[in-house]
Design a protein. Structure first.
Length: 430
């Protein structure tokens, strides 16, 4: 009987990638084809080639091109990348993921198969690369790293290198995915020795990684003033992220198109140049300093709304997607349609009531079980795991980013295992 894609992945054995393939990809694919428009500049403080045994390489996940930026910092040291499990079901990645022995990891849930693969590579003295945030940046600054990362690093007790990336988010973000020409910088250094990990607590390691990865790309570029050529489309789809008018408070009436974003209700708006600087239409307009500040203001409003209203809920219709069993996904698809229904997010948890493959499908996740959701490619859909299975939700209204905010802040209000950064405490003040 033919095995499903999931079964093939579950049975796969992992080895260190061959240096020949690694060098070929860097020299003949990355350098001449994929990287020129990004003008990548690398700074190597500590050379991974000097590490004789196994190690981890971590990086702040800014864009889908980050694997190349990290790889350029390790030209003679093949890495086993940990990649989101759902990406292994896309045909365009099938060959390269297998060739380079990439390890599938289910986002934000316990994944025994991936941990066994990591252990196997470490026993082979391999180098494993992953993004502790578990997701590319959504708003221009980091999300806190996944809860338990400090415990994970301390358990394996091998050196940890850091690749700190700047500029990548500005060249390809969640609202305008197509790459924009502009500079990217990657700085490679040793973050933890084995002795560092032995002498620090799990929480100290967790906190240090959060601090080391932190960057706000818009604040960074205010100082650097680099140009990222958008061809006049820098605000396209920005309303999917900046959905609340900062002046009148109306939600889901913002319109982002070309180099403008404005409120269809009150007219408040601005243009944005290719340095990512806002220019309000007039002195009466109210526009945050940056996109990241705009999103943080929306998060603060969500938190205050749910904290002060015990009956708060967010409800919306959605398509339901899942991963295919046998046929790989083509043409940019990230799931196959299997049903539809309604999502309800309230103080009691995350609820779905609808259909799957023509049959009723209902489930609930509590705030102990769910900390966040995974934005797939852009800001129009999100995914999560239930019962070990991947489900993708594409709302019928542009509410995906607000749904993420509500999920995260409901978790923090009721459980708070996955805490926000200490320097974001202003969000939780009245």
């Amino acid at each position: 009987m033919k095995k499903t894609i999931a079964e093939v992945l579950s049975e796969r054995k992992y080895k260190i990638p061959k240096l020949f393939y690694w060098r070929f990809l860097i020299n003949f694919i990355a350098n001449p084809i994929l990287l020129p428009k990004h003008h990548l500049k690398t700074e190597i403080i500590d050379d991974i080639a000097e590490c004789d045994g196994p190690c981890f390489v971590i990086y702040n996940h800014q864009s889908r091109m980050d694997y190349l930026y990290v790889g350029k910092c390790c030209p003679f040291t093949p890495l086993n990348y940990m990649v989101a499990y759902n990406e292994f079901f896309r045909r365009k990645f099938k060959f390269i993921f297998k060739l380079m022995n990439c390890i599938p990891k289910k986002n934000f849930v316990m994944d025994i198969d991936s941990m066994e693969a990591v252990s196997s590579i470490i026993k082979q003295n391999g180098k494993i690369c992953f993004a502790p945030e578990g997701i590319t940046s959504i708003v221009g600054h980091n999300q806190p790293i996944v809860a338990g990362t400090g415990k994970f690093l301390k358990h394996f007790n091998i050196p940890v290198y850091l690749c700190k990336i700047n500029g990548a988010f500005l060249s390809s973000n969640k609202t305008v995915i197509k790459e924009k020409e502009g500079p990217v910088f990657a700085r490679f250094s040793l973050l933890f020795t084995k002795e560092d990990l032995e002498n620090q607590t799990e929480q100290e390691i967790q906190d240090q990684v959060d601090k080391a990865l932190w960057t706000d790309e818009y604040e960074w570029n205010k100082k650097q003033h680099f140009l990222y050529k958008s061809k006049g489309k820098i605000c396209d789809h920005l309303h999917d992220l900046c959905y609340r008018c900062p002046k009148c408070g109306t939600e889901f009436e913002m319109i982002g198109k070309g180099n403008k974003i404005y409120c269809g209700h009150c007219g408040n708006g601005a243009t944005q140049d290719d340095y990512y600087t806002f220019h309000p239409f007039n002195d009466d307009c109210v526009i945050p300093e940056s996109i990241s500040k705009w999103a943080d203001d929306e998060r603060k409003q969500v938190y205050q709304d749910i904290k002060t209203n015990p009956d708060y809920s967010l409800e919306f219709g959605t398509k339901l997607g899942a991963l295919p069993q046998y046929k790989y996904l083509d043409k940019g698809k990230t799931s196959v349609d299997v049903g539809s229904g309604r999502v309800l997010i309230n103080h009691d948890g995350f609820h779905f009531n609808g259909t799957k493959n023509g049959k009723p499908f209902i489930f609930k996740l509590t705030w102990l079980e769910l900390t966040t959701v995974y934005m797939v490619n852009d800001v129009t859909s999100f995914s999560l795991y239930f019962g070990g299975n991947y489900y993708e939700f594409t709302p019928t209204t542009p509410v995906a980013f607000k749904a993420l905010l509500v999920v995260e802040e409901m978790h923090r209000l009721h459980v708070n295992k996955w805490k926000n950064f200490p320097w974001m405490n202003s969000i939780y003040e009245k």
